[in-house]
Ligand binder design. Structure first.
Ligand code: BGC
Length: 456
């Protein structure tokens, strides 16, 4: 049976209610969608290497083909246009543009992104480019990657080349995607590429990333005329498990680590060492002048919110003495990532970031959810994703109405794609992708988003 035509009229909100300047879009990342992992002269990235060890990823999957966006970008951008989506955020693959991470840009790499950018503009879609969404060239990782201070030079060159190559047409730039996640999962837990573990990797990676965040901003501001330069931060509302002093302390530490570690040095507040003393060990990696060089006045700050975390004291967790209480144990609604569905978290984070002085503009650069999707008679009805997005967007609206500064919202993500260590299992897309045939199918949530955006 064909599901009835969706009727979205009862939602009550339209994109236009947020005002004509509010930015609406979708976000993606190179490794998660492009595929063509070794086409032309593309170099190996840490994700190519990490996924080659099958035990690192759910069912031994990898992003070698992913959504084949490398060949299907026109089809996807046209679909985006037909869905009234005005802004498209994608990332540049460093190893596609600089196969060994250093040197000059690859002609094939430049050509590919030129084609994507030009086609976006032709379709009336504004391109937003992220410089770094986690796929470091493997050649640089061999030299220590983010743990090696030389990355400041490598990153500066890469950022400058990108700004010069694309800055005549791409005006919206994001320096880093979620530094806490790629340093934490990649250099402390070993769950993401490059699979390194421990404080001895994590702390230098954090410090060099913080410096590159600001450095990338400065370089882009020089290289891109009238550029709008930002960077993104993962963040989750933190709720203490109980009112006990130990749990309150644990929550404070988790907040410092998960929400404050990268934004505060950028705003000139330094690392949050008062609430997370382990960060004092970072002094070992700091040089004279670094405090100043961690600061940059971004034109906008992107925050990425999916869930909230409930945090409890724990004797057994080294350094932090706090742990996250899994959502499944708390008997709350969850997504396929085992993340709690908690729309008030997005409001709380808008409010937490509003409390900082010096943030000029705030944009939700990612929000979305993975749920089980079934194709039935050529349709994907995804009521849970639909309701998730509607409730989170309502909270954004309430935050705006309450007078908080918020300028835009991007959904993660356009098509289902490669979800890192979880492989292809969690689907976050507004558009279903059949990974065998690469056939795209707009889900009910996607149809709703396009109706919501109509006339904006
Ligand atoms: C990342 C995306 C990821 C999404 C869902 C964000 O942390 O930027 O790359 O796919 O969350 O997990």
């Amino acid at each position: 049976m064909t599901p009835p035509n969706p009727n979205f009229s009862d939602y009550g909100l339209k994109a236009s209610d947020f005002g004509p300047d509010f930015i609406w879009g979708v976000s993606t990342a190179a490794y998660q969608i492009e595929g063509a992992y070794n086409s032309d002269d593309k170099g190996e990235s840490i994700w190519d290497r990490f996924t080659s060890d099958k035990k690192n990823i759910h069912q031994g999957q990898n992003g070698q083909i992913a959504c084949d966006f490398y060949h299907r970008y026109r089809e996807d951008i046209l679909l985006m246009k037909s869905m009234n989506i005005p802004h498209f955020r994608f990332s540049l693959s460093w190893s596609r543009l600089m196969p060994k991470g250093q040197g000059t840009l690859s002609i094939a790499g430049i050509d590919f992104y030129n084609r994507v950018i030009d086609f976006c503009l032709e379709c009336g879609i504004t391109p937003w480019a992220t410089l770094y969404h986690w796929d470091l060239p493997q050649a640089l990782e061999e030299k220590g990657g983010w743990t090696n201070r030389a990355i400041l030079g490598w990153f500066e060159t890469y950022a400058r080349h990108c700004g010069q190559a694309f800055g005549d047409r791409v005006k919206h730039w994001i320096v880093l995607n979620e530094p806490m996640v790629f340093t934490g999962a990649g250099y402390f837990l070993g769950a993401h590429a490059p699979g390194k573990k421990g404080l001895g990797n994590f702390l230098p990676a954090v410090h060099h990333t913080t410096l590159c965040q600001a450095l990338g901003g400065k370089v882009l501001r020089e290289a891109v005329k009238e550029g709008v330069i930002g960077s993104t931060f993962s963040c989750s509302m933190i709720t203490p498990y109980s009112r006990k002093k130990r749990d309150l302390m644990a929550a404070k530490k988790a907040d410092a680590l998960l929400n404050r570690l990268f934004i505060e040095p950028c705003l000139g507040l330094g690392y949050p060492t008062d609430d997370l003393s382990i960060l004092k060990r970072m002094e070992k990696y700091q040089k004279v002048g670094d405090d100043k060089n961690m600061v940059f006045d971004f034109d906008f700050i992107g925050i990425q919110n999916y869930t909230r975390e409930v945090v409890k004291h724990s004797f057994t967790v080294p350094y932090l003495r706090s742990k996250l209480v899994n959502a499944t144990k708390r008997n709350v609604p969850t997504t396929l990532m085992d993340w709690e569905v908690y729309p008030k978290s997005i409001h709380a984070m808008i409010s937490q970031f509003n409390a900082y002085k010096g943030i000029k503009k705030l944009i939700i650069t990612e929000n979305g959810a993975a749920f089980e999707d079934t194709v039935l008679n050529g349709h994907v009805d995804d009521p849970k994703r639909l309701s998730y997005l509607q409730e989170y967007i309502k909270e954004v609206y309430r935050a705006k109405k309450a007078g908080l500064v918020i300028h835009g919202y991007f959904i993660w993500t356009f098509t289902d794609n490669f979800e890192w260590a979880e492989g292809y299992y969690p689907r976050f897309g507004l558009v279903h992708n059949n990974f065998n045939t690469q056939k795209r199918l707009v889900k009910t949530s996607g149809k709703w988003y396009s109706t919501f955006l109509e006339g904006h």
